[in-house]
Write a protein that binds this ligand. Structure first.
Ligand SMILES: Cc1ncc(COP(=O)(O)O)c(C=O)c1O
Length: 359
């Protein structure tokens, strides 16, 4: 018997989703530099207080399993009670825990696509049935279609707002209508600091609302892996049953607290990225090919000419610019907003690829 015969059949059948190599590895392998605009990272890096705090952290001790200080600081930051907050290894782990907490095998979750890919991946890995409800032509959530898709087995609706990869927000009234279905509504606010809008204050009114947040984007802590959710206080103990006890490392906890103590610094960088997003967006609008969509995030969705996302991605990579190619019924590219000089390299590379493909 091969070890592969012992694998779960559904896992063996899944397409692997290999994370891209790090920038350093790629540059080493290919012997050239790249501009990395493919993961919505924050190019300005963490608060300087993070490095200072890490120098003093007790790495030989297990971390506080309850993330007590971090949750207190997050509570102050969000204007909510720490008793509502659960911290995880990035928002990714929270998505997995939520599905594990609510879905029995065969139970359904709704995914309003295009959306963040981890919802569907975690759903499949956890033997949930992922019910796809496509967004409309302007990437608004199709509320009637969601309501039609509900069944007795629907437990969770995932809603990313602002949405990755399209950059737009769902109106509050639509979100409330989805909350009124009584299903768990996971409102993914990974980019809330860029949009300046959050529905955390609704958590008191709707026990079925779960707000998912991350420190990866606004606080530039992607490498630390620190996410969290605001949930009904009665659920916190349930998460404790299924999460590994020391999931959030001491380094991530310390980095999170130091970041929350330096919000002015971090929000100044967020404002820089917003200004740069608007400049890049204007420059993309001026091109007579492709179409840029309005965004309230730190990335832009660009509908490419002729649906050749992979060709464009490769063309840009050949010119030293890494971006995200999006497949599906409508092929597109997603550009993270970087420093101004990185946008300029992207724009020059786009012109070059366009000339090559047109010629
Ligand atoms: C919409 C959305 N949600 C959640 C995440 C997960 O973030 P992390 O696991 O880095 O906290 C991301 C990361 O790109 C995202 O775009």
């Amino acid at each position: 018997m091969s070890i592969h015969d012992l694998l779960r059949r559904d896992i063996a059948a899944l397409e692997p989703y290999p994370p891209p190599p790090t920038l350093e590895l790629l540059q080493q392998r290919l012997g050239r530099t790249f501009v990395k605009l493919d993961a919505n990272e924050n190019p300005y890096g963490p608060s300087p207080r993070v490095a200072e705090a890490l120098r003093h952290c007790n790495a030989w001790r297990y971390p506080d399993a309850a993330c007590t200080e971090l949750r207190e600081r997050l509570g102050e930051y969000l204007g909510t009670e720490p008793e509502r907050i659960v911290c995880t290894v990035g928002g990714d782990e929270m998505i997995d825990l939520l599905i594990r907490l609510f879905l029995d095998p065969g139970d359904e979750m709704i995914d309003c696509t295009p959306a963040f890919l981890m919802y569907a991946i975690s759903g499949a890995v956890n033997r949930g049935k992922v019910v796809v409800v496509p967004r409309d032509d302007h990437f608004a959530v199709d509320l009637e279609a969601v309501e039609r898709a509900l069944s007795d087995r629907t437990k969770i609706i995932f809603l990313c707002s602002p949405n990755n990869p399209t950059g737009n927000m769902t109106p509050d009234a639509d979100i409330i209508r989805l909350l009124d279905t009584g299903r768990i509504l996971v409102l993914d606010e990974a980019y809330a600091e860029f949009s300046g809008h959050s529905l955390v204050h609704l958590a008191h009114r709707y026990p079925n609302l779960v707000i998912l947040r991350t420190m990866s984007k606004w606080a530039a802590l992607a490498g630390m892996r620190l996410g969290y959710a605001v949930v009904d206080p009665s659920l916190v103990a349930e998460f404790t049953k299924i999460k590994s006890p020391y999931n959030v490392s001491i380094a991530a906890q310390v980095a999170g607290v130091a970041s929350l103590e330096d919000q002015d610094y971090l929000m100044a960088n967020v404002r820089c990225l917003i200004a740069e997003r608007d400049r890049l967006s204007e420059r993309l609008c001026a091109l007579d090919y492709g179409r840029v969509y309005p965004s309230v995030t730190n990335f832009l969705y660009w509908q490419i000419p002729c649906d050749r996302a992979v060709t464009w991605r490769q063309g840009l990579a050949d010119r030293g610019v890494l971006i995200r190619a999006l497949s599906g019924p409508r092929e597109a590219l997603r550009f993270s907003v970087g420093r101004p000089e990185e946008s300029d390299l992207l724009l020059a590379a786009l012109e070059d690829v366009h000339a090559q493909l047109a010629g």
